[in-house]
Design a protein. Sequence first.
Length: 214
Amino acid sequence: MSWSGDDRGGKRGYHHGDLKEALIRAALDLIARHGPAGFTFAEAARSAGVSSAAPYRHFRDRDALMVDVARRGFERFAAELERAWNNGAPNPLAAFEKIGRAYLAFARDEPAYYAAMFEAGLPVESDAGLKQAAEHAFAVLRRAAEAVAALLPPGSRPPALMMSLHVWALSHGIAALFGRADAGRRKLPMTPEDLLEAGVLVYLRGLGLAGGRR
């Protein structure tokens, strides 16, 4: 596939009939400029340089287009988290911190995907592919929580699901408030990464873990 125009708002079209990819890119561009609810199906078609009827060859409606964007986002997100976790190397605590940084980096570097994933109001259960991709991403965090919890004596281990939900909420909250790549970003006297690291450290110390030792 080749694109006419560029990714900075220029008029774009598609060649060789790759309409689906043209619509995905158009949707990402529109999400970046107007938010996940700020455009219509017809506007996505117009941005892709096709007729308003053309998108129906691949997508039932605008929601189906957004589901595909969100699914792709979760797949990329899961890959980044897997890369950061790296099977717990060099040790679970250090790898756990890397996951948090990867979470913030994805929110900052892929704001359109991130908005489609978490701000579009899409029910994850509505599409099997979307649900599988979202669960894969969360599964990385849960595996990391299980490895960290395993550093504690059996009687002192918190449920890994609860722990992963706590850290997910902390990471997501910092990403939403301070790690955005748009005008919605709040000012902070430290980096979002430093804030997350401090929050996770306080959390781990509360569990009896700090610096890799109990």
